[in-house]
Design a protein around this ligand. Structure first.
Ligand code: C2E
Ligand code: MG
Ligand code: MG
Length: 586
């Protein structure tokens, strides 16, 4: 390899500093190599020693307490200028070293192999040291040369992975993980706190970027990092772990609350980029841990959790909360396991809850309700998994499964039950699907069922953010003769008049008004008024959640059309439903 002469010292130092190895924590990946060198060469001490401007700094040291020594007294200083291994059989016999710090510390023998970058800069050495004079044989020479190559591979790997953020130059998450792994191995019981700071949401920055391009965003980030670094200077472990996020690891005993306070103050001022002052919307996530509790990647994941909690709660700071994390993990797992459930024959099934005519008590229909028997978690309530599914594209498959199953079972039930209607829950998101009405029609007709025997329920709140396609499809469904019910009516913010746009013909009053009806005069007035108004506007009314005789009687007296609830029947399997007959005294 071509060596760049030492006159280029400034370039050499730059090359060394760009590697960001100086004054970093000890690291197992380097220590492994010095341990091995010491053992193979049978020497009590081995170091990876980097040649800084006026010192030799030890990135790794085996068998020695010193962390640095003056450069010009060090054999390494000579070793990086030599083309081969640099060997001093006895320091006391060599005028260059006989009065050096090393010689005074009892060192007699030195052998160092230079660490040379691809561009030819000598960074330092890997060396072995002994407290007695000795020589080195050709095998040992070869081993030390190989060790130097190992060290350089390690340096390159670290850099190839990309150790720093290109915008700010701060160490990135790879270096964070390495640091956490190293301190974890060294001090497994230390409790440390890490803070993640998200400057603002990507949305806000995106707006600036749309107009001013990425240079604006980068300037914003650079400025913001200067401010954050200014407020955290006391803490050496500062990382840049995502475009808008910095991360600080504190030492045991450091006061993180004070740091959060300082950050809060520092980040209140507008950040000026491209001449535009932007007010940051920072959130800080905090997590305190020992390495036994959290692997390096867990630390970051849990910090993201805390950050998210903070954003959702609209607070500047949130500490990691294990319960919420578990809930998130459970939600995520449920979602990722739903596709398998849809394919399996026995995880999903429908139960049916009768809906009866309040006057006369005859069967008016049944609502199909989804059940998920998860192989590990047991029964999972639709109240838990449906809202999750509705955030994703899985809604399409799930509703399709429900509709297919419900229509097929409805066709089957008709032999044994006088069942006028089947009511199926769908998501407002399904109405965004271009082909939803067509697929529905196909499915219904393929089972020989009349379109008019099918009712779809949509939750009121979900329909509030309707798009034109949703409205158009509701209209299509109504034209096809499908009945449309507004589910959980009353808990949203909509007025009765807004429902006109939805082409619905049935209102299902939410159970929260019905369940405690007998005991609440307030709910009684409300429900009574809703029934009357709904009738005026031409809707049929279903009360859901009827749990007692008293409420049932009241609703019947107020001319509520239909009722559903535990007082009448619990949801039941399709086989049980086939045998079920209403037996309410009229
Ligand atoms: P929902 O559509 O309003 O269904 C009524 C819920 O109230 C059902 O809960 C039912 O078991 C329960 N219920 C019925 N009568 C009573 C009563 O007297 N007292 C009480 N306390 N509860 C009663 P479930 O089956 O747990 O379903 C919860 C929600 O999940 C449903 O509310 C619906 O929004 C959704 N859901 C259920 N199945 C499906 C489905 O196939 N597709 C979609 N998109 N959503 C579904
Ligand atoms: Mg429903
Ligand atoms: Mg409901």
């Amino acid at each position: 390899m071509k060596r760049i002469p030492i006159q280029n010292e400034e370039a050499r130092l730059n090359a060394l500093r760009n590697l960001r190895l100086l004054d970093t924590e000890p690291s197992e990946s380097f220590d492994r190599i010095t341990r091995l060198a010491s053992r193979l060469l049978n020497a009590p001490v081995s170091t990876v020693s980097l040649t800084d401007h006026d010192r030799q700094w030890f990135k790794s040291r085996f068998g020695v307490a010193l962390s640095e020594i003056p450069r010009h007294e060090a054999p390494c200083h000579y070793a990086i200028q030599a083309d081969e291994l640099f060997i001093v059989p006895d320091l006391l016999e060599d005028p260059r070293f006989k009065d050096s710090v090393l010689a005074h510390a009892g060192v007699r023998f030195y052998a160092g192999a230079p660490l040379i970058t691809r561009s030819g800069y000598g960074l330092g050495t890997i060396n072995v040291i002994d407290n007695k004079p000795r020589t080195i044989n050709p095998d040992e020479l070869a081993v030390l040369t190989d060790m130097a190559a190992f060290v350089m591979t390690q340096v390159e790997v670290q850099n190839a992975i990309g150790g720093t953020n290109p915008i700010t130059g701060y160490p990135n998450d790879h270096q964070l993980f390495e640091y956490l792994a190293d301190v974890g191995a060294r001090y497994p019981n230390q409790r440390r706190t890490a803070l993640i700071i998200e400057l603002t949401t990507a949305r806000i920055l995106g707006e600036g970027q749309r107009v001013l391009g990425s240079a604006y965003a980068e300037e914003f980030v650079r400025r913001a990092f200067e401010i954050m670094r200014g407020a955290t200077l006391r803490f050496p472990r500062f990382y840049h772990v995502g475009f808008l996020r910095s991360l600080i690891v504190l030492d045991e005993g450091d006061d993180w609350r004070e740091l959060v306070g300082n950050l809060d103050i520092a980040l209140r001022e507008p950040i000026i980029a491209a001449g535009i002052p932007t007010i940051p919307e920072p959130v800080v996530g905090v997590y305190t841990f020992t390495s036994q509790e959290a692997e390096p990647r867990d630390v970051l994941r849990r910090l993201y959790n805390a950050l998210d909690d903070g954003r959702v709660a609209g607070r500047f700071m949130a500490e990691y909360n294990e319960t919420r994390d578990r809930a998130h993990v459970r939600s995520f797992n449920l979602l990722s396991e739903l596709p398998a459930a849809l394919r399996s024959a026995d995880q999903l099934h429908l139960v049916y809850q009768p809906v009866i005519q309040m006057e006369g008590g005859v069967l008016a229909g049944a609502e199909a309700l989804l059940r998920w028997r998860h192989p590990k978690l047991g029964d999972v309530s639709p109240g838990e998994f449906i809202p999750l599914v509705e955030e994703t594209a899985l809604t399409r498959q799930l509703t399709e499964w429900v509709i297919n199953t419900a229509v097929a079972q409805f066709a089957g039930l008709r032999g044994s039950v006088d069942l006028p209607k089947i009511s199926i829950n769908a998501s407002a998101r399904n109405l965004e699907e271009e082909d939803f009405p067509d697929r529905l029609r196909l499915c219904i007709e393929s089972h020989g069922v009349a379109l008019g025997d099918i009712q779809l329920e949509f939750i009121e709140t979900a329909l509030v953010q309707y798009s034109t396609r949703v409205l158009d499809h509701l209209k299509d469904l109504a034209t096809m003769g499908i009945s449309i019910a507004i589910d959980d009516f009353g808990i949203g913010y909509s007025s009765l008049s807004y429902l006109r746009h939805l082409n619905a013909n049935v209102l299902k009053i939410d159970q929260s008004f019905i369940r405690g009806l007998a005991g609440s005069t307030h709910d009684q007035k409300l429900v009574r008024a809703v029934i009357a108004m709904a009738h005026d506007l031409g809707y049929q009314v279903v009360a859901e959640g009827i749990e007692d005789r008293e409420s049932y009687d009241m609703l019947r007296d107020w001319k509520c059309d239909m009722g559903q609830g535990y007082f009448i029947a619990h949801p039941m399997s399709v086989d049980q439903f086939a045998d079920w007959r209403p037996k309410l005294p009229a």
